[in-house]
Design a protein around this ligand. Structure first.
Ligand code: UGA
Length: 441
C-alpha cells in the first residue's frame, strides 16, 4: 500500500517508521522545512530508542520518505494517517485546528479513493467531523472511509511497543476499511479489536484516564503511608499481586507528566462537562496530580526552610526516563519555584538538557554530569528515574556539604542511605537519618 502520514511528532514519526518497517511505502509530510530536511538525512527530530536506526534502514530501502509538500505526499495514496497534535485549549478542551487543516490538505490533494486513519487523540465524534470536513473540501469525486485508530505507545519505548502492544483498536463503520486495516496491521502480530468509531475514540481517553487514576490513587496512598509510617513500595507490591489490580502504574512519585495524561484527562472532563456530566472522579485525579508535583518542594522546605542562596541540584528534567520530552514535566514547576525562592538551581538530565534550556527558567544552570550537579550542593532533588541516576551509589552524594537527598522516584534503598548516613526523603516511605531543623525566630 501507499500511505501518507500527516504530522511528524512522536506519533507520526513512529507510525511512519513502523509502517515502512512492515513493508509499506510511506511518505511523511510536515510543514516544518528544517525538520523535514533533517529527517531526509535520517536524523530523527526526537529521542526515541531504535527510531533513528529504523528510519535510516527504511530510507535506504526506499520505503520511507519525507516531504513538506502535501501535493507530493497525498497524490495516489491508498490511506492517510492523521497524526498531528491536538494541544490543550485554555479551558482544557482539545484544540482541533491542526486536524482541520490536515482534513483540508487531504481533500485538496488526494487523487484516489482513500482510507483516512485518525491516530491523533480527538474528542468523541471527531472522526465524523473529519469525514464531513474532507467531503466539504474534496476537489474530485472520490470515496473516503474513516477509521479511528488510537495509539497506545509509550514515549521511550514506542518502537518496542509497536510490535508488542496489547491491542490495536480499529473503529470504523466500513467493512471494507476494516478489512484493509486488519490486513495492514497483521504483521505487527498484535491482537486487533474492531469496534465502532465513537467507542474507539472513547477507548483512548478512558485508557489514559484510568492509568492516570491509578497513579493519583497510589500517590494518595503514599501520602497516607508517610503519615502512618508504612512503606508504599510494599503496599503497591502487595496490591499488585492481586491480578484484578495488577502491578503496573502503581509507582508512587511526583505525579504524571508528558504530553498525554495531563491533556487527555482534562479533555475528558471537558467532553463530559459539555454533556452536563460532571466527571467527579477524574477531577480529583487531576487535582491530586497538581498537588503531587510540588511534593518535593514541600519536603525540601521542611529540611531547609530558607533556600535563598543555596545550591540545589535537580537530577532528571524530562517527564520520564528514555525521552527528551519536557512537556508537563514536574521539573518545570520545581525549578521555577526554587528560582523564585532565590535558590541556585543546577539541573542535569542525560538526554533532555537541550530541550530543557528552552523550557526552564533562564536562571537554571546545567551540569555536564550528575556528579558535577551534586558536588557541593545543599540538597539533591531526584525528579526522573533515569538508569544513570538510579545507579548512583550513596557515596556519590558524599561530595555534598551535608548530604541531603529528596527523591521523587524512590530510586534508592532506605538501608543503603541509612548505612551511609545520608539524610534521605523519598515518596511514601519513612525518612532516613532525618535531622531536626530548628527555625530561629
Ligand atoms: C501514555 C500512555 O502510557 C500510552 O499508552 C499512551 O499512548 C500515551 O500516553 C499517549 O496518550 O500518547 P506516555 O505519556 O509516554 O504514555 O508515558 P507513561 O509511561 O504512561 O508515563 C506517564 C507519566 O506517568 C510519567 O510522568 C510517569 O513518570 C508517570 N507514572 C507512570 C507514574 O508516576 N507512576 C507509574 O506507575 C507510571
Amino acid at each position: 500500500m501507499k500511505i501518507a502520514v500527516i504530522g511528524t511528532g512522536y506519533v507520526g514519526m513512529v507510525t511512519g517508521a513502523t509502517l515502512s518497517e512492515i513493508g509499506q511505502e510511506v511518505v511523511c509530510v510536515d510543514i516544518d522545512e528544517r525538520k523535514v530536511e533533517k529527517m531526509k538525512q535520517g536524523i530523527s527530530p526526537i529521542y526515541e530508542p531504535g527510531l533513528t536506526e529504523m528510519m535510516k534502514k527504511n530510507l535506504e530501502a526506499g520505503r520511507l520518505s519525507f516531504t513538506t509538500s502535501h501535493r507530493e505526499a497525498l497524490r495516489q495514496v491508498d490511506a492517510v494517517y492523521i497524526a498531528v497534535g491536538t494541544p490543550e485549549n485554555a479551558d482544557g478542551s482539545a484544540n482541533l485546528s491542526y486536524v482541520e487543516q490536515a482534513c483540508k490538505d487531504i481533500a485538496r490533494n488526494i487523487t484516489r479513493d482513500t482510507i483516512i486513519v485518525t491516530k491523533s487523540t480527538v474528542p468523541v465524534g471527531s472522526n465524523y467531523k473529519i469525514r464531513d470536513t474532507i467531503l466539504m473540501h474534496l476537489l474530485h469525486d472520490l470515496q473516503i472511509e474513516i477509521v479511528s485508530n488510537p495509539e497506545f505507545l509509550r514515549e521511550g519505548s514506542a518502537i518496542y511497543d509497536s510490535f508488542h502492544a496489547d491491542r490495536i483498536i480499529i473503529g470504523t463503520d466500513s467493512e471494507k476499511a476494516a478489512a484493509v486495516m486488519e490486513n495492514l496491521n497483521a504483521p505487527f502480530n498484535v491482537p486487533i479489536f474492531r469496534t465502532d468509531i465513537k467507542s474507539a475514540e472513547m477507548i483512548k481517553y478512558a485508557s489514559n484516564a484510568f492509568l492516570s487514576t491509578k497513579i493519583s490513587f497510589i500517590n494518595e496512598i503514599s501520602n497516607i503511608c508517610e503519615l502512618l509510617g508504612a512503606d508504599v513500595e510494599n503496599v503497591a507490591k502487595g496490591m499488585g499481586m492481586d491480578k484484578r489490580i495488577g502491578p503496573q502504574f502503581l509507582k508512587a512519585g511526583i505525579g504524571y507528566g508528558g504530553s498525554c495524561f495531563p491533556k487527555d484527562t482534562k479533555a475528558l472532563i471537558q467532553i463530559a462537562g459539555n454533556l452536563d456530566y460532571e466527571f467527579q472522579l477524574l477531577k480529583g485525579v487531576v487535582n491530586v496530580n497538581i498537588k503531587q508535583q510540588s511534593l518535593l518542594i514541600e519536603k525540601l522546605k521542611r529540611c531547609i526552610p530558607d533556600v535563598a542562596g543555596k545550591k540545589i541540584a535537580v537530577l532528571g528534567l524530562a517527564f520520564k526516563p528514555e525521552t527528551d520530552d519536557m512537556r508537563e514535566s514536574a521539573s518545570i514547576i520545581v525549578t521555577e519555584e526554587l528560582i523564585k525562592q532565590g535558590a541556585r538551581v543546577m539541573g542535569f538530565d542525560p538526554v533532555a538538557m537541550e530541550n530543557a534550556r528552552s523550557v526552564l527558567h533562564p536562571d537554571v544552570e546545567y551540569a555536564e554530569s550528575a556528579a558535577e550537579a551534586i558536588q557541593e550542593s545543599d540538597a539533591v532533588l531526584i525528579l526522573t528515574e533515569w538508569q544513570e541516576i538510579k545507579k548512583l551509589s550513596p557515596t556519590d552524594f558524599k561530595s555534598m556539604t551535608r548530604p541531603l537527598v529528596i527523591d521523587g522516584r524512590n530510586c534508592y534503598s532506605l538501608q543503603d542511605m541509612k548505612a551511609h548516613d545520608i539524610e534521605y526523603h523519598s515518596v511514601g516511605r519513612p525518612p532516613v537519618n532525618e535531622r531536626v531543623t530548628t527555625v530561629l525566630t
